[in-house]
Design a protein around this ligand. Structure first.
Ligand SMILES: [Zn+2]
Length: 312
């Protein structure tokens, strides 16, 4: 019903909060103190042979789909054995994608800025930024668990291995724009803002076959400025997407004072590995993220299922 998900006033407030959260949003100093359980795939045990779960690391099977959503539309949750393999409690399956999308994007004009989607579905959306860590185990994890993610990729961080993200794209995950080199956009002139977005848009379109629909500025910086909005319009994305929670190593930073997820929240994580996670791996971090979501009873839905792209 609402064309955009937030009022202008709320958008500005969210932008300020996003900037606060961005102190750790795209840097490497994240982390809370609690020790984590080891999250390694059980089938990787050197004991070998007796693994209860057959390896699916070769990619999604075109035939076996034991957990396909009976209602269609929503992404299927991986089966119980797959969750057990990663030492995780299963998330609830996501509901079917809404027929009437809560976010409707226009083909032209100013782009909306949002950090959550208006929905009563008990779902959150997971977004993963930058692209520095390219851990094959993470492809295996998403293949097993069928958790949908949206990727905001920075061209110069992914260009040494575009193919890694094609494997994640092949699982149904969408690629979006996160600039050429992770510039802080409010600190550069308008023409540089434009090239940061347009050049990344061109490269990502060429590599992934579809023009990115969404844009996220590094650190959330400049999201609500007219200059950035104009640059986004010139380059093709049709919305600026921020976040409500930011995953660190073991826990999330919440913008909400009560530190609880809410329906429709967009969660930020990063492609990061041991160098940036104090020795934790990408799959350990992501397992912790899923555990935090599971504890609060939410499913993970596909962000793009809640967004109506402009008519061609
Ligand atoms: Zn970033």
């Amino acid at each position: 019903m609402n064309r955009h998900v937030r009022s202008r006033t709320t958008v500005y407030a969210a932008g300020a909060l996003a900037l606060l959260a961005a102190a750790t949003g795209c840097t490497s100093d994240a982390g809370s103190g609690a020790a984590s359980a080891a999250l390694v795939p059980a089938s990787g045990s050197p004991a070998g042979g007796a693994a209860a779960v057959p390896s699916r690391s070769a990619g999604p099977s075109p035939t076996a789909s034991p957990t396909a959503s009976p209602t269609g539309g929503g992404p299927a949750a991986g089966d119980a054995a797959a969750w057990a393999k990663w030492h995780l409690a299963p998330l609830p399956p996501a509901p079917p994608a809404p027929a009437d999308k809560p976010v409707k994007l226009a083909r032209t004009g100013p782009v909306p800025v949002f950090s959550e989607v208006k929905t009563s579905d008990k779902v959150v959306f997971v977004t993963i930024d930058d692209g520095a860590e390219k851990d094959p185990k993470f492809v295996e994890m998403l293949t097993d668990l069928k958790v949908p993610v949206s990727m905001f990729l920075t061209r110069d961080i992914v260009k040494d291995d575009y193919g890694y993200f094609k494997r994640l794209q092949a699982l149904g995950n969408h690629v979006h724009n996160h600039t050429v080199d992770h510039a802080q956009l409010s600190k550069v002139p308008p023409e540089k803002q434009k090239s940061e977005i347009c050049d990344a848009q061109a490269a990502l379109t060429q590599q992934y076959g579809t023009p990115p629909l969404l844009f996220r500025p590094p650190y959330g910086d400049g999201a609500n400025t007219p200059a950035l909005n104009t640059a986004v319009q010139q380059c093709g994305p049709r919305a600026v997407v921020l976040w409500r929670e930011s995953m660190q190593i073991h826990d999330m930073q919440y913008q909400a004072a009560d530190k609880k997820l809410r329906a429709g929240d967009i969660v930020l994580a990063h492609f990061r590995g041991p160098k940036d996670l104090k020795g934790e791996t990408m799959t350990q971090m992501f397992g912790e993220l899923l555990a935090r979501i599971q504890e609060q009873g939410f499913a993970v839905a596909r962000l793009e299922d809640y967004i109506e792209a402009p008519a061609a």
